[in-house]
Design a protein around this ligand. Structure first.
Ligand SMILES: O=C(O)CCC(=O)C(=O)O
Length: 270
């Protein structure tokens, strides 16, 4: 899937692109089913909130067929290749659960400073591309971004280990206030199947979810192959060491997998 000239301009100007309903519902359903199976497991790659609720399943593409196929899906890989003008490797793959009633906050941060400080990533030539597995609503902890904040470059950040179970390099309130004064805050919301891609230096975060509606999002972090990490301090399941270019798989491959998975599901439930 190639980005249009207008989308490229939008990305350059605002630092993100949102494509509502990019994935058909049968494909989302297959991913949701996979996500339920993943989060039912106890594994070191699955992180939980301090209250025990699931937070993030890292590297589940290594043992879930649905996630493995998604990790090379052309709809996600091609736009990022286009933006970087070269092939990409998979730096990270995860599903963020943001569970009903218990999903916790992601403090305001930029991703690149974490990749740089913790993994030794040389340049902000990596970015997240995300697929909504549930409807993302204004009320269930949508991802919030500060448009244009990528233009500020990598900002001063520090570790806040008090707030959540996940160590992020977070921004202080004054920095966020200043950026928001000029650019406001925006939360791309929409039905399951939406696709969101954002620059590694875009300021973003999300509030807790106290609604009965879960808000799962799957994120691929794709990096230009020329931008391999140099000094990882985090486990392999958080910062992958395989810099082989992703070999794209077709939309049709995922469609065929999803149709099979969904009909099997239908047969077992009827
Ligand atoms: O899923 C979310 O709400 C936030 C995720 C995020 O900010 C991240 O993974 O860097």
């Amino acid at each position: 899937m190639k980005l249009s000239e207008q989308q490229l301009q939008e990305f350059d100007e605002l630092g993100y692109i949102f494509m509502p309903e990019a994935f058909p519902i049968a494909q989302v359903e297959a991913l949701r089913h996979a996500s339920n199976e993943i989060f039912s497991q106890e594994r070191p790659e699955i992180w939980r909130e301090k209250n025990g609720a699931p937070r993030t399943a890292f590297a589940c593409h290594q043992y879930s067929e649905a996630c493995s196929l998604l990790a090379s899906d052309e709809r996600l890989v091609e736009p990022v290749e286009q933006l970087f003008g070269e092939e990409v490797y998979l730096h990270q793959f995860k599903i963020n659960a943001k569970a009903a009633f218990t999903g916790e906050v992601w403090q305001w941060h930029q991703d690149f400073p974490t990749w740089h400080k913790d993994d030794g990533m040389p340049e902000p030539r990596a970015m997240n591309i995300a697929v909504f597995l549930d409807d993302v609503l204004p009320i269930n902890g949508p991802l919030m971004i500060v448009p244009r904040s990528h233009k500020a470059g990598a900002l001063e950040a520090s570790h806040d280990l008090q707030t959540t179970s996940y160590p992020l390099w977070t921004l202080d309130n004054q920095t966020v206030t200043d950026l928001v004064q000029n650019n406001s805050i925006l939360a791309p919301t929409g039905k399951a199947g939406g696709l969101l891609m954002f620059h590694g230096n875009i300021v973003h975060g999300s509030a807790g979810n106290i609604t009965p509606y879960p808000r799962r999002i799957v994120y691929l972090t794709l990096s230009a192959v020329s931008n391999a990490i140099q000094s990882p301090t985090r486990p392999d399941f958080i910062a992958h060491r395989d810099f082989t270019p992703v070999k794209k798989t077709s939309e049709r491959a995922f469609e065929a997998f999803a149709n099979k998975a969904v009909s099997a599901l239908f047969c077992t439930t009827n």
